[in-house]
Write a protein that binds this ligand. Structure first.
Ligand SMILES: *Cc1c(COP(=O)(O)O)cnc(C)c1O
Length: 223
């Protein structure tokens, strides 16, 4: 069943769009099923859950951290994480850089931009993000590789609003694409989830994060 879901979703994605299978709260057995079907990129939101799954599951899985990362927890995932999607402060970026330096690694990051109406979502405003990208502080960080941006649209039925929010992120990425330095190379725009990934692709997403359409609805009642 997971294989059917993956096949169906993948056949609807252009080949330039990467699929991150969001496996938060799901047991290893289901991740193994997706892995057996060829899926290698998985997304998790909680540090401890990610650390445990990384320990237990095949080592060629590329783990994406897509949740809100507290600075003091960065060191737990830096040793193995493939891409951190939700970097939303200079402080966090500096901490990732510091932990990566200790291990002589370069960690892939996306800066999270707040594009939704809801206050509850995290992320930089466009202005904050642009000034960060232009700041001197960034030039000293040799152990992070900012690969692009991540965003989450409002949780709404209003498809036009979702489309507008995605469009604003795409436009922002074009606006700042002339900014050049060694730690910043736009290659990815991570937006689109189960409910809105088709709109996301139309609006220029290169990486969709899909959970429930692959693994089924999440059950939080047991936590
Ligand atoms: C949970 C989550 C997803 C996946 O959501 P679905 O609706 O299950 O596809 C994607 N991105 C982020 C940041 C998430 O927290």
């Amino acid at each position: 069943m997971i294989k059917d879901n993956l096949d169906r979703i993948k056949s609807s994605l252009p080949s330039s769009v990467a699929l991150v299978a969001v496996s938060k709260t799901k047991p290893n057995s289901l991740i193994e099923e997706a892995y057996a079907a060829g899926q290698k990129d998985f997304g998790e939101n909680y540090v401890q859950e990610l650390v445990d799954k990384h320990e237990q599951l095949p080592k060629d899985i590329r783990w994406h951290f897509i949740g809100h990362l507290q600075s003091n927890k960065a060191k737990q995932i830096v040793p193995f994480v493939y891409l951190i999607h939700g970097v939303d402060s200079l402080k966090l970026l500096q901490e990732i850089n510091k932990q990566a330096e200790k291990l002589n690694k370069v960690i892939n990051c996306l800066l999270q931009i707040h594009i939704a109406q809801e206050e509850t979502k995290f992320g930089f405003s466009f202005e904050e993000c642009e000034s960060l990208l232009k700041s001197e502080a960034l030039k000293d960080m040799k152990h992070v590789n900012i690969m692009g941006f991540m965003g989450m649209a409002s949780n709404t039925e209003d498809k036009d609003q979702i489309r507008r929010e995605f469009k604003s992120l795409k436009n922002f990425s074009l606006k700042v694409s002339h900014i050049q330095h060694s730690t910043f190379n736009i290659q990815h725009l991570s937006f689109g989830m189960s409910s809105d990934y088709k709109i996301a692709i139309e609006e220029g997403s290169t990486m969709v994060r899909i959970g429930s359409s692959i693994f089924g609805q999440r059950d939080y009642s047991k936590n």
